[in-house]
Unconditional design. Structure first.
Length: 243
């Protein structure tokens, strides 16, 4: 059963909450706003707000999910944040290994630390690894990702805040693109999206267009639901090819 509004996954698992800003995509972080809201509502898990917090009691949640799911790990944090000890990351991966029926989607802006972690550890077959590339300055994250031996390697170009230019997608299986939401959202231009789409098609990856966000394809600011997710008149939400 789908229990999240994130369109490319169906469950979230948050044994870690909280983060700190790493790059321009973090400027209007949805997880930070949501954490503050949940703290104000009195939710115990978010008592620390957006301070990085480890939740030992949440580690075994996926063991209770018997049917197969796509699970986004740490949607409210970054698994490879500098304040998360590798010993705790090991505990998360121990649960992942115990639940081969699930596919775990791990997305980070800390590609260097992810590479450091996996330099001495194997990547389970049921793990998809991704990096965020929201602007040109962060294309270097792709190079760290492509060297890893994950079943699926993916990019999240969300919120896309500028033209990414030329992309080397060698070894990359899947690219997600989306615009920013919220009152302070920065616009995403249609030519930027179409350029990514062309490169994805030329280089043999899969493309998932999530949404326009607060700014429509026509450059008008409105409710993100009104702007929708049509690209060139169609919904393009491909999932990666699995071995």
């Amino acid at each position: 059963m789908k229990t999240t509004k994130i369109e490319w996954t169906d469950k979230t698992w948050n044994p870690i909450t909280g983060c700190t800003k790493k790059s321009t995509g973090c400027l209007h972080c949805y997880a930070e706003m949501m954490s503050r809201r949940l703290k104000a509502m009195g939710q115990e898990k978010y008592a620390n707000g957006f301070t990085v917090t480890l939740h030992e009691r949440c580690l075994e949640e996926p063991l209770a999910w018997k049917s197969s799911h796509n699970i986004f790990v740490c949607s409210m944090s970054d698994l490879f944040h500098e304040k998360v000890p590798f010993e705790f990351v090991d505990k998360i991966f121990n649960v992942i290994k115990k639940t081969p029926q699930h596919r775990y989607q791990i997305l980070t802006k800390r590609a260097e630390r992810m590479a450091e972690y996996f330099a001495t550890r194997n990547i389970p077959e049921n793990v998809w690894l991704g990096v965020t590339v929201e602007a040109k300055d962060y294309r270097f994250r792709i190079d760290f990702l492509r060297k890893l031996h994950a079943t699926v390697k993916f990019l999240s170009c969300e919120p896309l805040v500028e033209d990414l230019g030329k992309l080397n997608l060698t070894g990359i299986d899947w690219v997600i693109v989306g615009g920013e939401s919220g009152q302070q959202a920065r616009p995403m231009k249609e030519p930027w999206v179409l350029k990514i789409l062309r490169q994805v098609e030329e280089q043999g990856a899969r493309f998932f267009f999530k949404q326009w966000g607060t700014w429509g394809a026509d450059g008008i600011k409105r409710n993100k639901h009104a702007n929708g997710k049509l690209l060139n008149g169609e919904i393009i939400q491909e999932m990666p090819k699995l071995p």
